[in-house]
Write a protein that binds this ligand. Structure first.
Ligand code: MTE
Ligand code: MO
Length: 372
C-alpha cells in the first residue's frame, strides 16, 4: 500500500509506527524523506550519466544497469535526523522535522555495484588526487526546498571498495523501486547517512571536491554547540565536515511510552527494539537493557540468527532484539537500551546537542510506564 496522492505536490515526510517497524527484520513500509516533490519517471527513457574525472563519459539506460552484474545488500537506510524529537525534548530545541525513532528502514537492495560502473568509465585521477576525491550524485528532476536540485557525495575510496557495497539500486525487497523510494534508480550507501542515498539518480560525477549541493554543504552536519541559531550556524557550515557514517544506536519499540504493562509471573516484562552499528563497524554484537538508568544491565537476545544462518551478511543491517527484564511495579517507570557493534563502538548515554538535531544516538528509552 503506497500513497502517491500528495507525494507529487509537496515533500512527503512520514515515518511508520514504531512498534510495527520493529516487528519485521525486512521493512516493507519504510519512512519517506523528501526535500521536494516526488517525480514519476519513465524507466525506458531514463539515463544515468557518468561524468567528471573519468576516462570515458557514459550514459547508461536502466537496461544497461540491469545487464551489469547484480549485487544484493541488506542494509539499514537511516535519515540523519532520526530521533531528532528526543534531542529536542531532552536537551534543547533544534531545527528540523520532528522525527521520532522511525526514520530508518532495513531493506534488501539490488542493483549493480557503483564500483563496477565507475570501473567501466575508468577513473582519470592521479594517485595523490584520488585520495581525497569524491563521487557525487545528482538528481535534477525536481527543485528542492533549499536548492534547485538534490545532490550529495561520498568519498571515492568508499565507492571503489567492493566491501563497502555501495550500489545503484534498481530493486527494493525484490521488487522494482516505488516512485517514493527513487524509481527507477537510486544510490544506496550502506552505513552512511540516508541523505547521500540519492533517489531518481541522473548523474554520477567523479570529482576532487565534495558535492556543492545545499544538502551536502549547509545541512546534515553536526555543528558545535556554539552554533546555536541559524545566524551563528552560517560561520560553521564550511568548517564542519558533512555527515557520512552514522553512529551506533539503539531504540526501544515495545513497550510503548506511557502504557500499562502487566508483568509476567516471574516479575519480568518483554522489551523489543532495533539497534544499528556505526558506519562500517557492523554488525551489532550486543544490546543491553537497564531498568535503573544504567546502573545495571541485562543482555538482550539478538534476533538475527536466522539471517546469519542463511548466509546473509548483517554488517550493514539493523539488528532486532528482545529482552526479558525484571522490573518493580510502579508508576512512571523507565527502561533504557544501549548497543555495541563489532568495531567496539558503544552507544553513549547522551550525545552533545547540535543545532540541526542530527545523528542523535543517546540510549534508547521508553518512559511513563505503569508496571502492574
Ligand atoms: N533526489 C533526492 N534524493 C534523496 C532525498 C531527496 O529529497 N531527493 N532525500 C534524502 C534523504 S535526506 C533521505 S533520509 C533518504 C530517504 O529515503 P526514502 O524517502 O526512500 O526513505 O533519501 C535521500 N535521497
Ligand atoms: Mo535524511
Amino acid at each position: 500500500m503506497v500513497h502517491f496522492e500528495y507525494s507529487v505536490e509537496k515533500p512527503l515526510n512520514r515515518e511508520p509506527e514504531l512498534s510495527k517497524l520493529v516487528s519485521n527484520f525486512i521493512t516493507e513500509e519504510g519512512y519517506d524523506r523528501n526535500h521536494g516533490p516526488i517525480p514519476h519517471l519513465n524507466a525506458s527513457t531514463h539515463r544515468v550519466s557518468i561524468y567528471g574525472s573519468v576516462k570515458n563519459q557514459l550514459s547508461l539506460s536502466i537496461d544497461d544497469l540491469k545487464r551489469l552484474p547484480q549485487h544484493t545488500v541488506i542494509c539499514a537506510l537511516q535519515c540523519a535526523g532520526n530521533r531528532r524529537h528526543t534531542m529536542r525534548t531532552k536537551l534543547k530545541e533544534v531545527s528540523g522535522i520532528d522525527w521520532f525513532d522511525g526514520a530508518v528502514m532495513n531493506c534488501e537492495w539490488t542493483g549493480p555495484l557503483l564500483r563496477d560502473v565507475l570501473l567501466k568509465s575508468g577513473i582519470n585521477l592521479t594517485k595523490d588526487r584520488l585520495k581525497n576525491a569524491h563521487v557525487a550524485f545528482a538528481c535534477f528532476q525536481t527543485p528542492c526546498q533549499d536548492d534547485e536540485w538534490y545532490g550529495a557525495s561520498i568519498p571515492l575510496s568508499r565507492a571503489l571498495n567492493p566491501d563497502a557495497e555501495v550500489i545503484l539500486a534498481l530493486e527494493m525487497n525484490g521488487k522494482e523501486l516505488t516512485p517514493n523510494h527513487g524509481y527507477p534508480v537510486r544510490v544506496v550507501t550502506p552505513g552512511i547517512a540516508g541523505a547521500r542515498s540519492v533517489k531518481w539518480l541522473d548523474r554520477i560525477t567523479v570529482q576532487t571536491t565534495e558535492s556543492t549541493n545545499f544538502y551536502q554543504q549547509h545541512d546534515y552536519k553536526i555543528l558545535p554547540p556554539e552554533a546555536d541559531c541559524a545566524e551563528k550556524a552560517k560561520e560553521y557550515w564550511s568548517r564542519v565536515p558533512a555527515i557520512q557514517d552514522m553512529p551506533v544506536n539503539s531504540v526501544i519499540g515495545l513497550p510503548k511510552p506511557d502504557s500499562t504493562i502487566t508483568r509476567d509471573t516471574d516479575g519480568k516484562v518483554e522489551v523489543r527494539g532495533y539497534a544499528l552499528p556505526s558506519g562500517e563497524d557492523g554488525p551489532v554484537v550486543r544490546v543491553e537493557v537497564s531498568v535503573d538508568e544504567g546502573k545495571t544491565w541485562t543482555d538482550a537476545e539478538l534476533l538475527g540468527a536466522h539471517e546469519a544462518d542463511a548466509g546473509v551478511s548483517l554488517r550493514w543491517a539493523w539488528c532486532l532484539w528482545r529482552a526479558r527484564v525484571a522490573i518493580e511495579k510502579g508508576n512512571n517507570r523507565r527502561i533504557v537500551s544501549r548497543a555495541t557493534d563489532k568495531g567496539g563502538n558503544v552507544q553513549e548515554k547522551c550525545p552533545k546537542w547540535n543545532f540541526r538535531g542530527v545523528a542523535y544516538n543517546g540510549y534508547g528509552e521508553v518512559g511513563g510506564l505503569e508496571i502492574v
